[in-house]
Design a protein around this ligand. Structure first.
Ligand code: HEM
Length: 131
């Protein structure tokens, strides 16, 4: 599914990360793999003990689609509000970022695009950590 979009030097600059990853089906798959990784990571799995994961998948898909420049259907909480009172640390954030990068690597996303995704994640870090 990834890699169906051929690089075109003339349009490359206008392509969103969303398009480059392969659009909605690719984000779907990425979020599934991502949460599988999160839920087996002892550093962070406990945060999701009481969370409705089906609902969480939907929100995360919508959020990542928006964050990657795809069609904006995200209606969830802003990142500061969503993570308030969880006392999240740098380590927690790092573990989630690792899961995200690991997912993209598993899907053979080019390193350059993984870099763009990491930048997007980093841009919400202060909000997620409520600082
Ligand atoms: C780039 C970093 C992150 C992004 C983009 C992100 C995104 C989201 C989104 C979109 C939601 C749904 C918000 C809503 O309910 O409307 C959410 C909720 C949640 N996030 Fe994150 N998150 C990030 C980092 C983290 C980290 C580091 C943790 C903990 C290790 C975490 C734990 C949670 C939990 C437990 C919820 C569910 C809250 C609830 O429903 O009670 N997130 N996140």
């Amino acid at each position: 599914m990834f890699g169906l979009f051929k690089k075109n030097p003339e349009t490359e600059l206008e392509k969103t990360v969303f398009d480059k990853l392969g659009g909605a089906p690719a984000i779907d798959l990425a979020v599934d793999i991502f949460y599988r990784k999160v839920l087996v990571d002892d550093r962070i799995a406990h945060f999701f003990d009481t969370v409705d994961m089906e609902n969480q998948h939907k929100k995360q898909k919508a959020f990542l689609t928006m964050a990657f420049g795809g069609p904006n259907h995200y209606t969830g909480k802003d990142m500061r509000e969503a993570h308030k009172g969880m006392n999240l640390t740098e380590e927690h954030f790092g573990a989630v970022a690792e899961a995200l990068v690991g997912t993209l690597q598993e899907l053979n996303v080019p390193q350059e695009d993984i870099g763009s995704v990491v930048e997007i994640a980093a841009s919400v870090k202060d909000d997620v950590l409520n600082r």
